[in-house]
Structure formats: structure tokens, C-alpha cells
Write a protein that binds this ligand. Structure first.
Ligand code: SAH
Length: 350
């Protein structure tokens, strides 16, 4: 258990605990283990306080109030996109930090894009989320609560989760892996691991561990460049884990898991969308079981970089496909509310 994260101000955050941990805790408190099962069920449903847990004896509820707490986010603002109904949530955390999550409706079901850190320290040149730096990691409970709070607010079930909000998931792997275990629990949200996608800028040692631990979870890798030099300019992480090693690690991941990888490629006008980038990309990814998701860069006011026009992006996509590389231009949801990729930020005051 991540002790310091679960126990804050002397109180145990029951939302951060696995079902087994809750059962052990109940025994320690002199209770039957099945109380742990009951609490787990409540916490992953709609309960936001111990008094909601009506099948627990009053005395136990009092004990829980004394020893425990349940992480809950306060909804500070919801913005709904006029064009597609996408909702962007601004949540206030218990320590005053703020994070954003995005709720999207698709034909296959409802999906949420969750943040994994308050802020980010990766420093990618085109992204708004990193501008204020990293404040702190989110706990597994806080990531899970992004889903639960949106389900409570919309009254709708969420079936798909992408870890593509603010933060680098593999910079917070202990909590992210705990989050996977929590949402996958059949007595909890019971989400299929195959309905979860984690996106990384390429922290290679963690990516390897992740492949061993969760081969069923989809992996998306932020590539954004067709050669190492360009990638280092756009993404400082490339100086620590260079692109050649990243591509090798991706090949290993595909072999190990038997699953396809998605590469995200944010198209920046005149920077990575030229003919030579196409040629390099094709050579780099030839024969690989992968898919490229092209995202015309969304505007970020502090940045001097601009996105490729959509029509040009479609052309780029067609040319890749002609060369045998599977690609699509991502449909952007919620760009009118700054909820699109790379537009979430730490403490939006707008
Ligand atoms: N840190 C993780 C998770 C972020 S996911 C990662 O790097 O993958 C968000 C995706 O949107 C990433 O692929 C990111 O590079 C991309 N992105 C960032 N800023 C963007 C922008 N302004 N326009 C379009 N995509 C952007």
C-alpha cells in the first residue's frame, strides 16, 4: 500500500484501498472481513460519506468516520461543448489543487480522459499542461474519483478510460497501476483492461514494467517527430530516452503483448509535417504493428507553434497510408471549450 498517500491527516482513504486491503483493515479493527467487501462496493458506487453505507451498523459507521475518509472532488466548473456535447470538468482537490477531466460520448459508449498528475514536468513544447510545472502526483483514489464524480454528475456509466489528461502516467506509476487494479475489480467499476488506454511520452524503464504488469491495457506513445534531433527539440524527455531506444522498446512491447501500439503525432505547422518527415516516419515504422494518430496541434496561447491545417493533415494521412502505415486524423472533441489534447491546464482561471 502507498502508505503516505492512503493515510493523510491520520485518516485512511478508503477509496485508495483495494478490496483485499479493506478486508484486512476491517479485521484489524475487530470487524468481520465481509464489511470490507461492503465498504468497497459503496465507495465504488455513489457513496460519498460513511453515512450512505446503510447496511453497516451505526457503530461501525462512527468508527469509520473517526479512522477513515473518502476522497471526493468538488466540481468547480463544467463546460459543455456546443458542437459535440463533450464536457470538461474542473475539479478542486482536497488540498486546493485543481485538475481537469473530459467526458466524451461515442457510439461505443461513454469515455473519460483523466489526469494523472496536478501539472506536469515533462516540458513538451506544444502542450499547455506542462506550463506551470508539476505540483504533485494524484493518488489512485483521486484518479478513480475523476470517473466516479463524472458518473454521479451525469448519471451515466463510463465504459472507456484514457489516461491522456494532464500529467505523465509513467511518472506516477505506483498510483496509476493501483488505479488499474481498482477500476478492474469486478466488485468495483469492473472495467475491462482492454477499454483502458495509457499514453506516455516514453519513460522507458516504466514502459517495460507496464508491459509485464498490464499487457491488456492499450498503450499509446507520444512520438511527435520523425527523427531524434527534432524530437529532442519538441520533447525534452528524448534527451534521456532517445527515439531509437523508444522504437526498440515499442517493438519489444508489441512482441511481448501481441497488441498493436498507437503512436500519437501532433502535427506542428512547418516543423514536423514536411515531406521529409513522411519519408523518415515511413522508414522508422515499417513493418511494425502500429497505428498513427495524427492530431493537428491545438492552439496554446503561450506557445509560438501552430497546428497544421486539417486539410493538409488529411493529405499527410493519405500519404502515410499509401506507404503502408495505418493512420487516422483524430477527430477533435471539445476544442471550443479548450478540452482538446494538450489544452488542459493546471489552474484554469478563465
Ligand atoms: N504525458 C502523456 C499523456 C498526455 S496525453 C503523453 O505525453 O503521452 C495528451 C496527448 O496530446 C499527447 O500525445 C500529447 O503530446 C498531445 N498534445 C499535447 N499538446 C498538444 C496540442 N497542443 N495539440 C495536440 N496534441 C497535443
Amino acid at each position: 500500500m502507498t502508505e503516505q498517500m492512503t493515510v493523510q491527516s491520520g485518516k485512511t482513504d478508503v477509496k485508495n484501498m483495494t478490496r483485499d486491503e479493506l478486508k484486512v483493515w476491517m479485521k484489524e479493527l475487530g470487524q468481520p472481513a465481509f464489511r470490507g467487501e461492503q465498504i468497497f462496493g459503496w465507495v465504488h458506487g455513489t457513496a460519498t460519506g460513511f453515512d450512505h453505507m446503510t447496511n453497516l451498523p451505526q457503530s461501525l459507521r462512527e468508527l469509520l468516520k473517526e479512522k477513515g475518509r473518502i476522497t471526493c472532488h468538488r466540481i468547480e466548473r463544467v463546460q459543455t461543448s456546443r458542437s459535440d456535447g463533450t464536457k470538461k470538468y474542473l475539479f478542486r482537490l482536497e488540498d486546493g489543487n485543481a485538475i481537469e477531466s473530459v467526458f466524451m460520448r461515442y457510439k461505443f459508449g461513454n469515455s473519460i480522459c483523466v489526469s494523472t498528475q496536478a501539472g506536469c514536468r515533462m516540458g513538451c513544447r506544444f502542450c499547455a499542461s506542462t506550463i506551470g510545472g508539476l505540483c504533485r502526483n494524484l493518488t489512485a483514489a483521486e484518479i478513480l474519483e475523476e470517473i466516479l464524480a463524472v458518473q454521479r454528475d451525469t448519471g451515466e456509466r463510463i465504459s472507456h478510460v484514457v489516461l491522456m489528461g494532464t500529467g505523465e502516467p509513467f511518472d506516477n506509476y505506483d498510483n496509476v497501476s493501483r488505479f488499474f487494479r481498482l477500476v478492474h475489480d469486478p466488485k468495483g467499476l469492473n472495467l475491462s483492461l482492454r477499454n483502458i488506454t495509457v499514453s506516455t511520452c516514453g519513460i522507458l524503464p516504466v514502459m517495460k514494467r507496464f508491459g509485464d504488469d498490464f499487457p491488456q491495457v492499450n498503450l499509446a506513445v507520444s512520438l511527435h517527430a520523425s527523427n531524434g534531433q527534432l524530437r529532442s527539440r519538441l520533447m525534452p524527455i528524448n534527451r534521456t530516452y532517445p527515439m531509437e531506444e523508444l522504437i526498440d522498446a515499442c517493438r519489444e512491447h508489441i512482441e511481448k503483448t501481441g497488441r498493436r501500439i498507437t503512436f500519437e503525432y501532433t502535427l506542428v505547422k512547418g516543423v514536423n509535417d514536411r515531406e521529409e518527415n513522411l519519408t523518415e516516419l515511413t522508414a522508422l515504422l515499417a513493418g511494425m504493428n502500429c497505428h498513427i494518430n495524427l492530431i493537428p496541434m491545438n492552439p496554446v496561447s503561450e506557445r509560438d507553434l501552430r497546428g497544421t491545417d486539417r486539410r493538409f493533415a488529411e493529405e499527410f494521412c493519405k500519404k502515410l497510408e499509401k506507404k503502408g502505415i495505418q493512420a487516422t486524423v483524430r477527430r477533435e472533441l471539445g476544442s471550443d471549450i479548450d478540452a482538446a489534447c494538450g489544452q488542459l491546464r493546471l489552474n484554469s482561471q478563465k
